[in-house]
Design a protein around this ligand. Structure first.
Ligand code: COA
Ligand code: ZN
Length: 316
């Protein structure tokens, strides 16, 4: 496949969302091998880990070593998730410029995830952000935007309120509307983004979709987001992932499933599918029982036969 300029950007989040839920510690060298293989697939953005309390997520404890050792293309934007000021300071000190700050829409998930009220989390973010230089990019993750494991379906008004709160003190940001549990349906995803994109998007405020595939709706949800104007989607190689503080949530939508779906629709991702499948095999090896996604189960020759009108030799 040709690696034309992407029309949709897939942010590879396996090194953060994918690994965080794996219980046995994945040796740093193994993480590095997967990260470097993924970086070699053409991803322009990757979430490489999180600066969180090691007691909360032990798997992320080696983020500093990973950032020092990983051999990454200079053009790839490296993002790290932070839950608080301490994580932000550590990420900046390590040279990270794309900061993923997470706040949940629902009170109970925010408490469970970061042990703060939603108000406290917004206050922390506002206080931290007002002091920052403009070269730091905020990827604002609004978790449980569709469904909360404790409170059920999330009212749209609460999501819009979360967006407005961050826009009250941030001039430029990418707002990721997150389906933390994977329980959203495509009509819900489409409707929420239709509203949000029309109401708030401009050249400084953009939207992303972070989806999980728990109910096998991850690809359909990403397409619904795309149709509503979203051009940035999170995915995790081999469908690893899940929030340890969201019971019942399974992995992120597999990056290879997203790439296949978009390329098949003629929407360029800039990702080399062959390399991605190889990298996804490496990723699944860290937790084969947690790996998911469909495309890796299809004979590789058929997957690589081409996309859309270019498909050829499919019977081979
Ligand atoms: N990085 C590293 N360590 C941190 C930290 C950070 N960003 N923030 C706090 N800590 C340390 C503190 O120093 C303290 O250490 P100690 O026990 O050795 O003294 C300990 O963690 C607890 O600190 P405290 O401020 O009391 O935090 P808490 O216990 O209320 O936990 C969070 C709050 C946000 C730090 C924690 O819940 C967390 O890291 N959550 C991450 C959630 C996550 O990543 N979820 C998945 C992605 S959505
Ligand atoms: Zn997630």
């Amino acid at each position: 496949m040709s690696l034309a300029a992407p029309e949709v950007t897939i942010v590879e989040v396996a090194p953060r969302d994918g690994f965080q839920v794996v219980k046995p510690f994945i040796p740093t060298v193994q993480k590095l091998a997967i990260i470097e293989a993924l970086a070699n697939c053409g991803f322009t953005r990757m979430e490489i880990g999180a600066f969180v309390a090691p007691k909360a997520i032990p798997q992320m404890a080696d983020i500093g070593d990973i950032l020092k050792a990983a051999k990454l293309p200079a053009s790839m934007r490296v993002q790290a998730l932070v839950p608080n000021r301490r994580g932000l300071d550590a990420a900046l000190a390590a040279g990270v410029r794309d900061i993923g700050w997470v706040i949940s829409v629902s009170e109970s998930h925010n408490q469970n995830n970061v042990r703060r009220s939603v108000d406290e989390s917004f206050r922390d973010l506002e206080a931290a952000w007002r002091e920052l230089k403009p070269d730091v990019f905020l990827r604002f993750n609004l978790a449980t935007s569709f469904d909360c494991p404790f409170e059920g379906r999330t009212p749209e008004a609460k999501v819009l309120d979360g967006i407005e709160r961050v826009l009250g003190f941030v001039e430029a940001t990418e707002i990721a509307i997150c389906d933390t549990t994977g329980r959203a349906a495509p009509d819900h995803v489409g409707a929420l983004f239709e509203t949000a994109v029309k109401r708030y998007a401009n050249d400084k405020i953009t939207f992303a979709f972070h989806g999980h595939d728990t109910y096998n709706l991850g690809v359909a949800n990403a397409i619904a987001a795309y149709q509503a104007g979203v051009r940035v989607m999170d995915g995790a190689a081999a469908g690893l992932g899940g929030c340890p503080f969201a019971p019942g949530a399974s992995g992120n939508t597999a990056s290879e499933d997203l790439v296949f779906a978009f390329e098949h629709m003629g929407i360029k991702t800039g990702i080399d599918m062959d390399r991605l499948l190889a990298a996804a095999d490496l990723a699944q090896a860290v937790a084969p029982e947690q790996a998911a996604g469909r495309i890796r189960t299809v004979p590789r020759k058929r997957v690589l036969a081409g996309f859309g009108a270019q498909t050829k030799g499919i019977a081979a």
